[in-house]
Structure formats: structure tokens, C-alpha cells
Ligand binder design. Structure first.
Ligand code: HEC
Ligand code: HEC
Length: 357
């Protein structure tokens, strides 16, 4: 039996070699590197393995305005590297000037995310990418039309051949290449990472902020409980919570996906990596800066039936932290240690700006 399998394998390879045009070169596997403390629960898929050529194509497509109906908007318009792939706006604007319903999200460490968007409605990066591409107010162009436009460009067929083995340009391949590029957007070189690697000592204020953020059991230091939701080295646990923004949420959040009243006003706990760069904050960008975010957790958590149990007492009253001015400054100092300047300047993530015509 074993012998037959080997023979079959060899025969298949020979057949493939015959079918392949002469100028076709095999693509090279792309090696993702990240610190061990991020864990291996990554979202790569068997039907879209990362290759050097696929990532390069995905990067080109991420910055390709011709993927929009107006030829003016790319993913990079709303997801700008210098702002950790956000756009500084409360709501973004697509090609037709209509504001998006929610605040643009950071594209930091997507490799570990399971469910995408503020409400977790997209089950993979591949599924996510087709949403802005075809959304009538964002990029507004069917994938088939994008494929036709790219085919007309002298440069793209060769890039698709290098990435996928043939020069066919399809919507599925466009989305796959973009997802490959997005998986490489790993941020792991902030001062906080150097602290985790024992290469950096916190300043006194950063240390106090860290202790407050995570709590320091046994050390008589009070905890602000942030780490209960935004915990771990990636500063996120992928759960959904109502963090008390409204008595009656205008955006039903996770409920719109599950249909359960239990999920009303719950949103995905997002990573706080590079948070100092991604203002304004929350799903609707209601807070202009981190000071306002801390004022919220400190004084303004509002009751609603789905308010997270972590943020209310046994009588269902919101737990207000009443942070002092110094405590707020300490927390902000800690949050600033999550800013990764090499991530936002890494040339591998920048617009390749090569004219493919
Ligand atoms: C017009 C602005 C705009 C454009 C263009 C845009 N996005 Fe977004 N992006 C957003 C907004 C707004 C959200 C949050 C939407 C929501 O949660 O409903 C988002 C969310 C995302 C997320 C989810 C991140 C997470 O942690 O769940 C990913 C990934 C993403 N965008 C990638 C892309 C890609 C790839 C493109 C290009 C194909 C793109 N975006 C184009 C505005 C934009
Ligand atoms: C009960 C869980 C929970 C706790 C505890 C919690 N958060 Fe959050 N946090 C969330 C959720 C959920 C969101 C997204 C909410 C939304 O947009 O509607 C969020 C959003 C944020 C944002 C905005 C993220 C962005 O990209 O816009 C910041 C900053 C933040 N939290 C900081 C903190 C800090 C600092 C603490 C401690 C004082 C804390 N959080 C405690 C659940 C929590």
C-alpha cells in the first residue's frame, strides 16, 4: 500500500510539471515570526497558506485604489500605518462620502483574532475583506469588476501567477492575498514587549499604571480591573462585553449577530496594543482621547440589563472606580508602553508605491 502511495505521489508531481507553463516558479512559504508569549492559536488556514509572493501581492492590493468604484479609496485610506491602521476619524468616509456606521478598527495582531468587526460578525479575514470591498458606501465595487480592472493592468497577472500558480485574477484570490498580508501585521516590539522580555524596566509611573491595570494580588494595591477584559500579553481577551457606555445602546452590537437580547450593547473586547495611536475610541469613536476613556471607567459607567457583571456590584449598581488624577496619569503612562514605533514605520507594511502599469 505504502509503495502505491509513493508512486501515486510521483505520478501526480510529474503530471503537474507537465501542466505548468515554463515561466512558472513555485511560490515560497512565508515564515511568520512572533514571540512565544503570543501563543500558537493563530488563524491561518490550509486553503490559504502564506507565501512570500502572496503577501507581497496582498500588500499591493491593500493599497490599490482601483479596488474601489471611484478609483480613489483603498483599504489603506481608512487603515493608515502611521496610526496603527486607523484613520483618526470618528466615522470613516468611503468613496461616496457617506460615513461608516462604526469607527475604523486597528489592524494590529489580527493573526490571533477569531471573529472580526466590533460585533464579531466575520468568521475569517477572508470573509472580512470582501465586506469593505463591496459595501455600497465604502469601496462599492463587485469583486468581479475589481478582477476585470486588475486584468487590464500589465503588472497584475504576473503577480497573481507568482502567488497562486496561474495568472487567473478572481475575487477569491484578491481576498486571499489581502488576508495573507493582514496576517503579517504583527506588533510585538513596544516597550511593553521589551518589559516582557526583561529588556526594559518600567518607570515608576508606568509600573503603577501596570499594577492598576492588571491588579497586583497580595500587594495591597487596588485594581482597576482592566486586565479582566483586556488581559494577557496581547492586551485582549476575545470576549464580548457591555462596558456601560449607554443606558439604551443605539447600536445593538453583538445582538445583531446572535439575535439574543442577552447580547444587546455588547461589543468585542478589542486589543489595546498601539492604543495611544488609534483615537478616537470605542465602536462609535465617542471618546476623543484616553483621558475621556478613563473618565468613563472612573465616573460614567451606565447601567443597562446587559452591563458586564465585572462592572457592577451584587445589587447591579455600576462599579465606578473613582480614579485619582495620579491614577489616571499612571494608567495612561502604562497604555503608552503599548505603542510600537517599529510597527508603524516597518517598510514591509507601507504602500509599495510601485507603478505596475
Ligand atoms: C471607508 C473606510 C474603510 C475602508 C475603505 C476599509 N475599512 Fe476596514 N474597517 C472600517 C470600519 C469602519 C471597520 C469596523 C466596522 C464594523 O465593525 O462594523 C473596519 C474593520 C476592519 C477589520 C476588522 C478588524 C478586527 O479586529 O475585527 C479589518 C480586518 C479590516 N477592516 C480590513 C480592511 C481591508 C482589508 C480593507 C480593504 C479591502 C478595508 N478594511 C477597507 C473602515 C474601512
Ligand atoms: C468588562 C470588560 C472590560 C473592562 C473591565 C474594561 N474594558 Fe475597556 N473595553 C471593553 C469593551 C467591550 C470595549 C469596546 C466597547 C465598545 O466599543 O463599545 C472596550 C474598549 C476600550 C477602549 C477603546 C478601544 C478602541 O480601540 O477604541 C479602551 C482604551 C479601553 N477599553 C481601556 C480600558 C481600561 C483602561 C480599562 C480599565 C480601567 C478597561 N478598558 C476596562 C471591555 C472592558
Amino acid at each position: 500500500m505504502g509503495g502505491m502511495l509513493v508512486k501515486y505521489g510521483v505520478g501526480l508531481l510529474a503530471a503537474m510539471a507537465l501542466l505548468v507553463p515554463g515561466n512558472y516558479t513555485l511560490s515560497h512559504p512565508y515564515t511568520l515570526s512572533y514571540p512565544a508569549y503570543y501563543g500558537n492559536r493563530i488563524n491561518t488556514t490550509d486553503d490559504n497558506p502564506l507565501t512570500v509572493e502572496g503577501v507581497a501581492l496582498g500588500r499591493r492590493l491593500f493599497y490599490e485604489p482601483r479596488l474601489s468604484v471611484s478609483n480613489t479609496i483603498s483599504c489603506g485610506s481608512c487603515h493608515q500605518q502611521s496610526r496603527a491602521f486607523t484613520d483618526s476619524l470618528r466615522f470613516s468616509v468611503g468613496f461616496d462620502g457617506t460615513p461608516t456606521r462604526r469607527n475604523a478598527m486597528t489592524l494590529t495582531n489580527l493573526l490571533w483574532v477569531r471573529n472580526f468587526f466590533w460585533d464579531g460578525r466575520a468568521p475569517s479575514l477572508e470573509a472580512q475583506a470582501s465586506t469593505p470591498l463591496t459595501d455600497p458606501h465604502e469601496m462599492g465595487q463587485p469583486l468581479e469588476r475589481s478582477a476585470v480592472k486588475l486584468k487590464a493592468d500589465g503588472g497584475y497577472p504576473g503577480l497573481f501567477a507568482a502567488a497562486f500558480g496561474s495568472d487567473a485574477i478572481t475575487g477569491e484570490r484578491i481576498v486571499k492575498a489581502i488576508a495573507q498580508f493582514e496576517r503579517t501585521l504583527i506588533s510585538a516590539d513596544a516597550p511593553y514587549d521589551r518589559y516582557l522580555r526583561m529588556e526594559y524596566r518600567f518607570t515608576a509611573t508606568e509600573q503603577r499604571g501596570y499594577d492598576l491595570f492588571f491588579g497586583a494580588p497580595g500587594r495591597q494595591i487596588r485594581s482597576a480591573g482592566c486586565g479582566n477584559c483586556h488581559g494577557g500579553p496581547r492586551i485582549v481577551t476575545e470576549t464580548y462585553h457591555n462596558n456601560g457606555l449607554d443606558h439604551v445602546p443605539a447600536d445593538s452590537g453583538r445582538e445583531s449577530v446572535t439575535g439574543m437580547a442577552y447580547d444587546r450593547g455588547r461589543f468585542r473586547v478589542v486589543t489595546l496594543r498601539n492604543i495611544a495611536l488609534t483615537a478616537p475610541y470605542m465602536h462609535d469613536g465617542r471618546f476623543a482621547d484616553l483621558g475621556q476613556v478613563l473618565d468613563h471607567y472612573s465616573e460614567h459607567i451606565l447601567y443597562s440589563p446587559t452591563l458586564s457583571p465585572t462592572l457592577r456590584d451584587t445589587a447591579s449598581r455600576p462599579v465606578l472606580l473613582h480614579l485619582t488624577g495620579e491614577e489616571k496619569a499612571d494608567l495612561i503612562a502604562f497604555l503608552n508602553t503599548l505603542t510600537d514605533s517599529s510597527f508603524i514605520t516597518d517598510p514591509h507594511f507601507a504602500d509599495p508605491k510601485i507603478n505596475v502599469r
